[in-house]
Ligand binder design. Structure first.
Ligand SMILES: C[S@@+](CC[C@H](N)C(=O)[O-])C[C@H]1O[C@@H](n2cnc3c(N)ncnc32)[C@H](O)[C@@H]1O
Length: 194
């Protein structure tokens, strides 16, 4: 049986393998980040439609959340994070009627099979000790034909390189759709095959 840590055993801090601490949440909202990761155009790459169900996994303090929420005015946006304090920050950025906040672990998502049309995940996978396990969970909660958008940024100690990401994600049963960005930040889109 694979090792499953309890939340209380996780190490919070900076550096490889540690979870980005909620106490430093403001660092993720630095306006300079917009130069490298323009939120609106990155959010649109999800291809989300107005009535879609969208899961933002590891939302942190909500850098992308408001822009994701605007894409699904007739659907719902679920903000999910290991740290409840992060959700409290994110709530301020995406407080629309269709927004839900859920605290939990990506390795054990509390959602039904096929519950979402789109999953968005930015700078999170590398913090999870078993990223393939998390991808399996994402695959389970996405509907057939649903889309996964992964965002990674240079300078993040847990960044996953495009080739390594592609290999993990396709092993789990996704088909690669597109990749954008070669410099500081890249986004990769995958489709859940049936
Ligand atoms: C570097 S921050 C990125 C936050 C946000 N996605 C962004 O791009 O600004 C990583 C986030 O992933 C969350 N996280 C790490 N491991 C997780 C897990 N196993 N399940 C859910 N969230 C997790 C952390 O709590 C943190 O908020």
């Amino acid at each position: 049986m694979p090792y499953r840590w309890r939340v209380s055993e996780r190490q919070y801090g900076y550096g490889r393998g540690k979870v980005y601490p909620a106490s430093a949440a403001r660092g993720l909202l630095n306006p300079a980040r917009r130069l490298v990761q323009p939120r609106s155009s990155i959010a649109r790459r999800t291809g989300a439609r107005p009535a879609d169900s969208l899961l933002e996994l590891g939302c942190g303090p909500g850098y992308f959340s408001g822009h994701l929420g605007r894409l699904v005015p007739d659907g719902r946006l679920i903000l999910f994070d290991l740290q409840p304090e992060m959700l409290l920050h994110a709530r301020r950025h995406a407080g629309g009627a269709g927004t839900g906040l859920v605290a939990g672990d990506a390795l054990d998502l509390p959602f039904a099979r096929g519950a979402f049309d789109v999953v968005f995940i930015s700078a999170v996978l590398g913090e999870i000790p078993d990223p393939v396990g998390a991808l399996r969970e994402i695959h389970r909660v996405l509907r057939s034909g649903g889309r996964l958008l992964v965002v990674e940024v240079r300078g993040d100690p847990d960044r996953i390189a495009p080739a390594a990401l592609s290999s993990m994600v396709t092993d789990v049963g996704f088909a690669a759709e597109s990749r954008r960005g070669r410099g500081w930040s890249y986004t990769a889109t995958f489709v859940r095959e049936s």
